[in-house]
Design a protein around this ligand. Structure first.
Ligand SMILES: C[S@@+](CC[C@H](N)C(=O)[O-])C[C@H]1O[C@@H](n2cnc3c(N)ncnc32)[C@H](O)[C@@H]1O
Length: 260
């Protein structure tokens, strides 16, 4: 990981020379052994290198977008360039652990997209820029935001999405009851996972936050791995996904009513 940039566990990026992230005291589970259906507490750029090559089918990346920690300076284009180094390192790991038929989705916005594209380009093949169209307009000045961007990347043997009729604008309402301030709607994860993986394949979310993508993966009978640097969110994700029981499992557990 470049020493010049560390994410601080929320939606911010620190530019200090020294790593500014407090190291997690312990991992929830052993990260040296690749294990599916597991939430790992840690920095994804330290955890992902412990995964074997060609072991993952889909990676969903929802990193903190940029907000710079300069007390008295505005961010410059040079600052944003640091994101390129970060994404280059991240996508190098994605390329290593993805199967040749695999794919990746990366959430971004208008500021991070140019640097993200350059960082990703040497390792993964950007194939689409998807627009997540929200249900109502967000706060702010000027033209108020109604969308976010998602870069879709493929590998050399990636097949087309299973449903050939899906376009590149996905409508989904914002999440209301939030377990994480930047929780994304399950509808988006469902499109990604249903269309780019089959049952029992492996979905990795290295910035898993609330664990919403992991719950969708579990619901769709995929294997899943979540990573989060925040002890609070790694625990929330772990708890939420372990509590999720599919309708089928629930029906199995239902005690039949007695006759008469
Ligand atoms: C935008 S949020 C993800 C929200 C998630 N997609 C959801 O639906 O709940 C980014 C998450 O990345 C985590 N994070 C930041 N830097 C990280 C890193 N280097 N490694 C792993 N997780 C990190 C943060 O703690 C935060 O929970």
């Amino acid at each position: 990981m470049p020493t010049c940039m560390r994410t601080n566990g929320m939606n911010e990026v620190s530019l200090s020379k020294e790593p500014s992230v407090r190291k997690p005291e312990k991992f929830i589970l052993d990260t040296t052994a690749f294990k599916t259906n597991n939430v790992i507490l840690g920095d994804c750029l330290e955890v992902m290198p412990t995964f074997p090559e060609n072991s993952v089918d889909l990676i969903i990346i929802d990193p903190p977008y940029s907000r710079f920690h300069h007390s008295d300076l505005d961010a410059t284009l040079g600052d944003f360039k640091i994101l390129e180094i970060y994404f280059r390192e991240l996508s190098q790991q994605c390329k290593r652990i993805l199967k040749s038929s695999g794919s990746a989705f990366i959430f971004c916005d208008y500021r991070t997209y140019p640097c993200l594209f350059y960082g990703v380009y040497s390792w993964l093949k950007p194939a689409n820029l998807i627009i997540w169209r929200k249900d109502f307009i967000g706060p702010g000045l000027r033209f108020r935001p109604l969308h976010e961007l998602i870069l879709y990347c493929i590998m050399e043997d990636t097949k087309s999405p299973i449903d050939r009729h899906i376009g590149d604008i996905w409508k989904a309402p914002r999440v209301k009851a939030k377990n994480h301030p930047f929780q994304k709607p399950s509808d988006l994860f469902e499109i990604m996972i249903k269309n780019c993986t089959n049952e029992n394949e492996v979905v990795l979310d290295p910035f898993c936050g609330s664990g919403e993508s992991l719950i969708v993966a579990k619901k769709l009978k995929r294997r899943w791995i979540g990573i989060d640097i925040s002890p609070k969110y790694a625990e929330i994700a772990r708890k939420r996904v372990s509590e999720y029981t599919s309708i089928e499992e629930f029906c199995f557990m239902k005690i039949p009513k007695e006759e008469g």
